[in-house]
Design a protein around this ligand. Structure first.
Ligand code: HEM
Length: 381
């Protein structure tokens, strides 16, 4: 049978049965120290402004993460270091990729574990220098393997992104030409419909159908406009933008069923951003529209604002079901949708506009129960 990636890595670092035995023998000495080591590990992250940002829930998430890290060290030292082990580690790596944790922090983080575990080895095995040396070597090898697995998941993600970009650029060209080609027949239909309208005034049923065709034409044209906007990147017409006013206008522009409430919280006095008011309005309209759709027929939508560290944040939340785990990682890609209607361009377009303003768009679970989409935009400077 062909060698698996994990087998190949183990062969490369020379991870042997002797190393396995050394790690297992270390475990009873290390076990009482693992909770303390987990605290040192997360304290190091919290002390660093860049790494800390990656901790989604801030310090409140640390308690849960410490427990997962202790379990991680338990299996690091006990094995078995088999394919199931590799799969579990790769899955953890993908969690870091999903939260967009910069990979450079992995080296420092792994080094904290290396130092602390080596500290235990030095202390416990000082009387037996040969065992001490063998254990240090075994520890070095398994931590290198862990780092290799983590970096491999980042590489997997990069390759997947590349192939998506290639697919999308072919798609983009195709969509662009189909979009242009469809404009012509649609405008012929529109003109003919206009003529028909005058002749069907007297016939109620015909009038109703003509009306329907008209509505569907508007939808079709709208889809094409969005598609072309996506691939065309309209130039930004920058001016000072008042996000508070924009959020209010977006709230008014979106139709809501009577059961869905919309509240603006903490939106007063936000700093102005330099941006394209028309495109930023579209960002907020799309987010509010999605939120209203998710909260319907009865629920809440909340738009809230805040600022700090040179960024303004606007968050649009709803009390709907939230985004399914299975599509979370690809949520902002074109053609990904959970709606029965719509072709999944809204969020992709929002992301594109926000990024062209030097900002970021993200998703998290809302305290209202559903989705929370936040937009961070730079102000000043
Ligand atoms: C040696 C390096 C690291 C190890 C061994 C490690 C281990 C783990 C483990 C075991 C989990 C749980 C995964 C699961 O849900 O199954 C996890 C999740 C997480 N890690 Fe790490 N981690 C490392 C580095 C870091 C660093 C440097 C940061 C932040 C700067 C970080 C932030 C997080 C966060 C935020 C989650 C939770 C993600 C979520 O559940 O949404 N990790 N990590």
């Amino acid at each position: 049978m062909a060698e698996t990636l994990f087998e190949e890595l183990k062969r490369y670092v020379g991870f042997s049965a002797g190393d396995e035995a050394a790690l297992r023998a270390l475990y009873p000495h290390a076990r009482p120290e693992l909770t303390r080591i987990a605290s040192v590990f997360y304290q190091r992250i919290l002390d660093h402004e860049g790494a800390r940002k990656a901790l989604e829930g801030g310090e409140s998430a640390v308690g849960r993460l410490k427990i997962t890290l202790v379990a991680w060290m338990d299996s690091l030292l006990q094995g078995p270091w088999d394919e199931a082990y590799y799969e579990r580690r790769a899955r953890i790596g993908r969690v870091h990729v999903r939260i967009a944790l910069p990979q450079q922090y992995m080296f420092g983080a792994m080094n904290v574990l290396r130092q602390e575990l080596n500290g235990v080895v030095d202390q416990q095995l000082i009387e037996a220098p040969d065992v001490l040396r063998a254990t240090r070597l075994a520890l070095g090898k398994i931590l290198d393997l862990e780092l290799a697995i983590m970096l491999h998941t980042y590489r997997e993600d990069l390759l997947a992104q590349q192939s998506r970009v290639e697919r999308l650029s072919t798609f983009g060209q195709l969509i662009g030409s189909i979009g242009h080609e469809l404009r012509n027949p649609l405008s012929v239909i529109e003109t003919s419909l206009y003529i028909l309208k005058g002749r069907t005034e007297a016939d109620e049923r015909a009038k109703k159908h003509v009306g329907r065709i008209g509505e569907q034409l508007v939808i079709a044209n709208d889809i094409i406009t969005k598609l072309l906007d996506m691939i065309r990147d309209k130039p930004l017409q920058r001016s000072p933008v008042d996000l508070t006013a924009l959020a209010r206008a977006a709230g008014e522009a979106v139709q809501r069923p009577p059961g869905v409430s919309l509240g603006l919280v903490g939106m007063e006095g936000l700093p102005e951003v330099q941006g394209d008011p028309v495109q930023l309005r579209q960002v907020l309209v799309n987010l509010v529209e999605n939120a209203v759709h998710a909260a319907a027929p009865e629920g809440q939508v909340r738009v809230s604002g805040g600022s700090g560290e040179g960024m303004v944040t606007v968050t649009v939340e709803d009390s709907g079901k939230g985004v399914d785990e299975s599509i979370r990682a690809r949520l902002f890609e074109p053609l990904i949708t959970t709606k029965a209607k719509g072709i999944g361009l809204g969020l992709a377009l929002v992301k594109r506009i926000v990024e062209r303003h030097g900002g970021t768009l993200g998703y998290q679970r809302s305290s209202l129960g559903g989705a929370a989409f936040w937009v961070k935009l730079p102000f000043g400077g």
